[in-house]
Design a protein around this ligand. Sequence first.
Ligand code: DON
Length: 590
Amino acid sequence: MILDRLSRSSGVARWCACALLATVTAFAGTAPALAKRAPAPALDSAAVAVADRYSAQAAEQILRAGGNAVDAAVAIAFTLAVTYPEAGNIGGGGFMTLYVDGKPYFLDYRERAPQAATREMYLDNKGKVVPGASLIGGRSAGVPGTVMGMWEAQRRFGKLKWKQVLAPAIAYASDGFEVDEQLQSRRDKAHAEFAGKTNFDAYFSGLNRGATFRQPELAATLTRIADDGATEFYTGQTADLIAEAMRGHGLISKDDLAAYRAVWREPVQADWNGYRVITAPPPSSGGIGLVQMLRMKSDLAPAFEGVPVNSPKYIHLVAEIEKRVFADRAEYLGDPDFYKVPVARLIDPAYLQKRADEISPDHISVTKNIRPGLDVSALGVQSGGNADVAGSMPEKAETTHYSVVDKWGNAVSNTYTINGYFGSGVVVPGAGFLLNDEMDDFAAKPGVANMFGVVGSDANAIAPGKRPLSSMSPTILTRDGKVALVIGTPGGSRIFTSIFQVIENLYGFHMSLDGAVAQMRFHHQLLPENTIFWEPYAPLDGDLAKQVEALGYKLQAQSFNGDIQAIQVEGRTATPMADPRGRGVTLIVK
Ligand code: DON
């Protein structure tokens, strides 16, 4: 199968390469949907916003070699799997939103529950959720999708050879990279969590600030994947090593790996404020949540009139919108291959207007009265459990997002994850990479909160082969058919509320991109009741805190509120911005 793919694609590449610059010819290797004739560049430069400097360097190498946004995105994914092991991965999954040659695409490479998974696998014999069971160790891992996702994206749209886009990651794994302070501190926290429970320390005790960290097993794994393609990971030696690691510890089998598929889905699309919003469909809740928020905010324009950003009234109005979004999320959202998600109805302008009309600018609505808003009886959508158990927000949280625009005006917005910091804490022995703990994104029990404090219903119950509900929302905004903004962030259930705030800062309050990203962010999610989460980076404190509390809200600190990586395109200029909250960097390649 691999040989078939490689030879098929190189045929197309030879045809394409002649139209490209001579320097690119040597690298052309996979199916190019981008350029039949080398088009004139639409932009003065390519731009990248990414979570660390090593992946930025990898992207630069690929872009300078003639690669497009997809090649750069795939190189970044594999590099972050080496240099950003707390979230970058080949043992997890994610979503990629693309805009290529003026058309939107969405690739779902989310993890799937193993065939041996059961609806009640995290409950004890009294029906109670066993603490930590879906978060630590092999049983918390879903079947990884990242390698298949990258393979699918690169073979469909990439211009360079598969091997070439993996080369930077392999070099960082074998030669090593210098460990950053933030990485060491995240490692320290993970050590405290995993010590004695997984083999985390055996692999990651060398992650000390300033040290050069080498990963020979991971280098060998990446080299096998570079040589033989995704099939190596899913049916080759790597698959053997994963299955071996699971023996007695977890559920993923060789059959699960061999059956894994990434899925091209229709992105969620909506017109808003002169822009086309292209974002993540189910199994993400994030795209729907984002569009619901943007549209309800527009519906409430009279109430927002003259209300300054992050003023008490602004925080109240946005929290009221969020209440309704999270009520719908808990009830209707899950894997569309298993559950009929009423996507069109959830973002229908008339429905959202009706929801927005319920909001009082002056009073907090009573939490238990905020129910899912659709009448779904006519749709044949089952009603799930109800969402009335208060959630909490443990500290553990990490994922990573990056945005890429190439000089031809193509864009990739990619968010991928192993869920918590360093995923399940389980490293595949002999293969050198971490497995995810994405199973925690299922509703282990209807009404009981997961690590992000969000609850779910039948729509998101565990089933073999099913994908857990996500909040990841890689998003692209276009205007008049051209990319205007590429944006995304980690943050679990904070993802789409963060993206919403940055988009509103940018287009509603006309801030510069750096101002829009650096601005204070807050979060509400229906549960816990009337609680506004704030972040140490830009604290909600002092008089503002008192005024918000006087409205009836409780304030709760959280350690993390996103790490936005965004690119704004105006005319021929692409401006990248990495969130000052993280160790991200930006890059412009002329
Ligand atoms: O898919 C999701 O929504 C989560 N597993 C993402 C986790 C995440 O963003 C953690 N980052 N802070």
